[in-house]
Design a protein around this ligand. Structure first.
Ligand code: SR1
Ligand code: MG
Length: 405
């Protein structure tokens, strides 16, 4: 029997049946299956998602479909929830308060069950409601620092990262989406691309400017060859749920081993997009300023984990930490500069694809059409400036450089 012969797309009735056979989940929900309220809330591009409430508890169930949810003609293998489940299990011990609790995974149905976050909103939504983004940005800085440092070659014995690299290299289906949609399609004519008509001259530049194409090739090379740590792989503001106790990161289905600056760049891009979509100059500046706070929090946490981790590591080993603090600091500076440079390059590419590629975001949705064109033009110009000169990009994006203490 192949692994997926028992697969069938679930509906509320068949999901109720599946859950009722799982004692730990029935105990969590309480009552009898007929007491449970099951509500489909799928709104991402790829999967089906339901929230289930019972008399004593709740959960979230997510199932892969054999195609892209928003485009059934775009066929796709089912294994993405397998990678999401493994990512969640890998990072939960590192950032336990910043991911939903893992409850169950069914490898035949490709069904992942986690705690329900229905008292949360996405960070995209929170940004559009005008919340102060600083606490969440600092928290995501800590999240990326901890989840990447401890899955990197520095965070433990090399065998740990080698095992992660081996497993997550198999996530080729979703990495293919990233490679096409983020790293390639916006830089040439592609039928999937679409954009506001006001962006036409800039799109023309993206398709033809040799300086931009040189930078794109460099960032592609970083994505493929910098196998630094386990990444979330799609850390935009829609993958972050915000509640009273802060942020919870979801949707790790694009997880892969790659450059740490990729996760940082995805997050920074959401701040850039949201700042250019803001209804006032002061709100724009508030959000842009948050980018430096994110970066400072990331760097401080990353260096702190480096200095205080007691895991045995084969890169920058323990004898250096005891005797040669200056050398540690030099290495930290070099590494943080490299991550910062990658952050700027990937942030620019994420902004560009969200404005000119296949998968846009809702940041600009509330603006009247003419204003939307103008503000998207400004955002795209900013991203193009970053990508056109990668050497100058970090300083432009992070004018307040974080010192390595
Ligand atoms: C076909 S999937 C399009 C986008 O949705 C996901 O959230 C990723 O960002 C992907 O690039
Ligand atoms: Mg997603």
């Amino acid at each position: 029997m192949t692994q997926d012969t028992q697969y069938h797309p679930l509906n509320p009735d068949s999901l109720r049946q599946v859950l009722s056979d799982l004692p730990s989940l029935t105990a969590r929900l309480g009552g009898t299956p007929s007491d449970w309220n099951i509500r489909e809330v799928s709104d991402g591009n790829l999967n089906s998602v339901w929230l289930v409430h019972g008399p004593s508890g709740s959960l979230c169930a997510k199932q892969s479909l054999p195609h892209v949810r928003v485009d059934p003609s775009w066929k796709m293998p089912l294994d993405r929830t397998t990678f999401e489940a493994r990512w969640l299990q890998a990072v939960a011990p590192l950032v336990p308060d910043m991911v939903p609790e893992f409850l169950h995974f069914d490898p035949q149905l490709f069904l992942l069950v986690t705690a329900c976050l229905d008292d949360h909103v996405t960070f995209t939504e929170a940004l559009s409601q005008g919340v102060d983004p600083a606490p969440i940005a600092r928290q995501i800085g800590r999240f990326i620092a901890k989840s990447t440092f401890h899955t990197s070659w520095r965070g433990g014995p090399f065998e740990n990262t080698a095992r992660l690299e081996c497993f997550f290299s198999g996530n080729t289906t979703l990495s293919r989406i990233t490679v096409d949609l983020v790293l390639t399609d916006p830089y040439h004519d592609h039928p999937r691309n679409h954009y506001h008509p006001a962006l036409q001259p800039l799109v023309q530049q993206l398709h033809s400017d040799p300086a931009i194409h040189q930078s794109v090739c460099h960032m592609q090379s970083r994505f493929f060859t910098a196998r630094e740590a386990l990444l979330h792989g799609d850390l935009h503001s829609g993958s972050i749920m915000v509640g009273l106790n802060g942020a919870s990161v979801i949707d790790g289905e694009f997880s892969c081993v790659g450059p740490i600056g990729f996760d940082c760049g995805m997050f920074v891009a959401s701040l850039i997009l949201s700042s250019f979509a803001a209804p006032s100059v002061s709100r724009r500046e508030q959000i842009l300023h948050t980018i430096s706070m994110f970066q400072e929090s990331f760097i401080k946490t990353y260096c702190d984990e480096w200095l205080h981790s007691d895991a045995r590591t084969d890169l920058s080993p323990a004898f250096l930490t005891r005797n040669e603090y200056a050398e540690i600091q030099r290495q930290q500076q070099e590494e943080c500069d490299r991550i910062t440079a990658d952050t700027a390059g990937f942030a620019a590419m994420e902004v560009i694809r969200r404005l000119t590629g296949y998968a846009h975001t809702s940041h600009f949705d509330n603006l009247p059409d003419a204003l939307k064109g103008q503000q998207q033009y400004q955002a795209l110009s900013f991203a193009i400036q970053l990508l056109s000169d990668l050497k100058a990009a970090p300083e432009k994006l992070f004018p307040e450089k974080t010192a390595i203490a």
